[in-house]
Design a protein around this ligand. Structure first.
Ligand SMILES: Cc1cc2nc3c(=O)[nH]c(=O)nc-3n(C[C@H](O)[C@H](O)[C@H](O)COP(=O)(O)O)c2cc1C
Length: 226
């Protein structure tokens, strides 16, 4: 998805100054994602039957609609009155932000207005892992934990709680991908230091896991799983 090209044509471009978590730029650009369907997809039981990890990807980008629904499924707001999310999270603190690495740069998912905030202009996908397919798939979801949002928690517990939060998000992504015929894999194999540098994280921020998303090279016939 060439989001920046789409953005040039889109009336949805706005400037957001306040909503950027840990902004590295004074006023980030924001891209409002298209609305999410309120029904559809596979039955949960079928999505569970189809859930699996994929390690061979087609490099084609995802349509914006799919990206929008993927992010909402991952950690979007499912109860607008209270701002609660599709995944449970530790002590009601938003410890995790999803950084979305694509060919046109890195974006931060901001669920409040269901938008992507421009963060970096560089393609860092290849830095998000150690396996061959990393960098080929169009989307890498990077789960970034903000230690400063857990001030009274020991360092080792920070990683534990942030990892559990990420795992719930990861399973949402697995089920959404199963429902949409997309491939995904939740990944712990990456170079922490290199990735933190590429993402310009500060010493209180850390990556818990990364999750690759894209079209699988080989389509899986749902009938095989029945
Ligand atoms: C904590 C965790 C870390 C993982 N790290 C990687 C990884 O770095 N690379 C990878 O290819 N798969 C990784 N996986 C995916 C597992 O290998 C995969 O889920 C497992 O082999 C079962 O296969 P399935 O997901 O197809 O059922 C990870 C899974 C978990 C839960």
């Amino acid at each position: 998805m060439a989001l920046k090209q789409d953005m040039d044509k889109s009336a949805a471009i706005i400037c957001a100054e306040a909503a950027v978590p840990d902004p590295r730029t004074p006023a980030a650009q924001a891209y409002v994602l298209p609305p999410v369907r309120t029904h559809g997809g596979l039955l949960l039981i079928d999505a569970l039957r189809l859930r699996h990890s994929t390690r061979e990807y087609d490099s084609r980008s995802l349509p914006v609609r799919l990206l929008s629904e993927l992010l909402w499924a991952a950690f979007g707001i499912n109860r607008p009155a209270t701002g609660e999310r599709t995944a449970p999270f530790w002590r009601h603190v938003m410890v995790i932000d999803i950084y979305v690495a694509m060919a046109d740069g890195v974006w931060i998912y901001a669920p409040e207005r269901h938008e992507l905030l421009s963060y970096l202009d560089t393609d860092i996908r290849a830095t998000t892992g150690l396996q061959e397919f990393v960098g080929e798939a169009p989307v890498e979801l990077i789960y970034v934990a903000h230690g400063d949002r857990m001030p009274d928690v020991l360092a080792e517990d920070r990683r534990l709680f942030a990892s559990v939060d990420s795992a719930f998000i990861g399973q949402n992504v697995y089920l959404f991908c199963a429902s949409e015929g997309l491939g995904t894999v939740f990944r712990g194999a990456f170079d922490q230091k290199k990735l933190a540098e590429a993402l310009k994280l500060d010493d209180k921020q850390f990556v818990t896991f990364v999750q690759t998303v894209g079209r699988p090279k080989a389509w899986i016939n749902p009938e095989l799983y029945r």
